[in-house]
Design a protein around this ligand. Structure first.
Ligand SMILES: Cc1ncc(COP(=O)(O)O)c(C=O)c1O
Length: 392
């Protein structure tokens, strides 16, 4: 079956953060939203069908725990796509990855403990650490020849200062890195040496471009399997973010018990029925759709790289190895962060994410979302290109 990613589907007035908040906040219907990380594509028809089938029953009472079939679908998917054999009893269903990170911080660290993140990184990582009273420690990634790398020397220095936990973004949003086995090994060894618990946010792990391979850090060694908590979801992969469903993989029994206990104390005993139905169907029947989506995104990425190199050479594209997010180095434009923000939003009329919101190293960068029909992407690029010509 051939899936359609070209049709533009109206998203205004659907309570969409991406589209409706743009109109509400800026009072300008003409701004094209290419920011927050959801896609403008309909979900696989097989997933819609599963939701419809469940809806036909028409009763949404309390669930008796999480269904076995959900765990089986998750485990099959993780094995099929990433070669990792996980057990059903290692899984905990959570109402989203950011909440799952928050639960981990609260279950496994105390107020005042140090939690490390690698900047520039997904904005809620900052909040989930700081707003829960933990100390944020930053290990800034370094940009070398157009590709980001981990500064291991700095990482070790920071670990020596007594870091308890690290939130690892794998693949990395916004810089688009898919970490290699060697990088994972080096990072993992340091975590074991300094007794740092890893929370690996693998939400973007299913969207990987040709020539790269996502490796769950837990698979690197038996020690790392026991020292890592991995968060996954079908939400980025299949555009299901509004269904607030994710899964945490926790092989270590005592950590799992502690985590479940923490959730139970919050009254969280089961997940959203429709989120679980959709996730299970996506993992069972969505593989062909996903392969076609990745092809389509690769096409979008090629168009974007081409457009920038031909028309906007002052903005350097950091080529992503995975994710539908692209990190743009705008430093050569010579604009301040305020000027950049104003330029994209009010002159070019495209809403991107501002690099500075991703912390140190994000200044004078922007992040664009290419998870949209190609016509929308080209319209956004043209707006940027035409507007830059005007101000030159
Ligand atoms: C790295 C990362 N983690 C988590 C999330 C959000 O997860 P959720 O919506 O399940 O809380 C995002 C969304 O963009 C993300 O990029």
């Amino acid at each position: 079956m051939h899936y359609d990613f070209d049709t533009v589907i109206e998203r205004r007035n659907t309570c969409s953060l991406k589209w409706d908040s743009t109109i509400r906040n800026y009072k300008d219907e003409d701004i094209l939203p290419m920011w927050v990380a959801d896609m403008d594509f309909q979900i696989p028809p097989e997933v819609s069908q599963a939701i419809e089938n469940r809806n036909r029953h028409g009763i949404y009472g309390y669930m008796d725990g999480n269904p076995e079939s959900y765990g089986e679908a998750v485990a099959d998917w993780v094995y099929k796509r990433h070669g990792w054999k996980i057990r059903n009893d290692w899984l905990v269903c959570t109402p989203g990855v950011v909440p799952a990170l928050g639960f981990a911080i609260m279950a496994f660290t105390n107020v005042g403990d140090k939690v490390l993140i690698q900047t520039p990184v997904y904005t809620p990582f900052f909040k989930v650490v700081k707003n829960n009273g933990r100390q944020l420690v930053e290990n800034q990634l370094v940009l070398k020849d157009g590709r980001y790398e981990i500064d291991f020397q700095d990482l070790e220095e920071k670990f020596k200062s007594g870091v308890k936990m690290m939130i690892f973004c794998s693949p990395h949003n916004p810089v688009g890195r898919v970490w290699t086995q060697d990088e994972l090994k080096e990072l993992g060894n340091l975590c074991i040496k300094y007794n740092v618990l890893i929370i690996s946010d693998d939400i973007h792990s299913d969207i990987i471009y040709k020539g790269n391979k996502h490796i769950p850090i837990s698979t690197v060694s038996p020690e790392l399997l026991q020292n890592t908590i991995t968060c996954i979801a079908a939400s980025k992969t299949f555009n299901l973010a509004g269904l607030s469903t994710s899964t945490v993989i926790m092989p270590k029994e005592d950590l799992r018990a502690q985590y479940k206990n923490f959730m139970s104390n919050l009254g969280l005993h089961s997940c959203n029925i429709l989120g679980m139905v959709a996730t299970e169907a996506a993992y069972r029947y969505g593989e062909e759709w996903l392969d076609q989506l990745i092809n389509y995104l690769e096409g979008n990425l090629a168009c974007l790289m081409n457009y920038f190199s031909e028309n906007i050479s002052k903005i350097k594209v950091i080529q992503p190895e995975g994710t539908f997010l692209v990190w743009l180095d705008c430093r050569e434009l010579g604009m301040s962060d305020d000027e950049l923000a104003r330029f994209f939003l009010h002159t070019a009329k495209v809403r991107l994410n501002e690099g500075r919101s991703y912390g140190s190293g994000g200044e004078q960068f922007m992040r664009i979302n290419i998870g949209c029909p190609r016509s929308i992407l080209m319209e956004g690029l043209k707006r940027i290109g035409d507007s830059l010509k005007q101000i030159k």
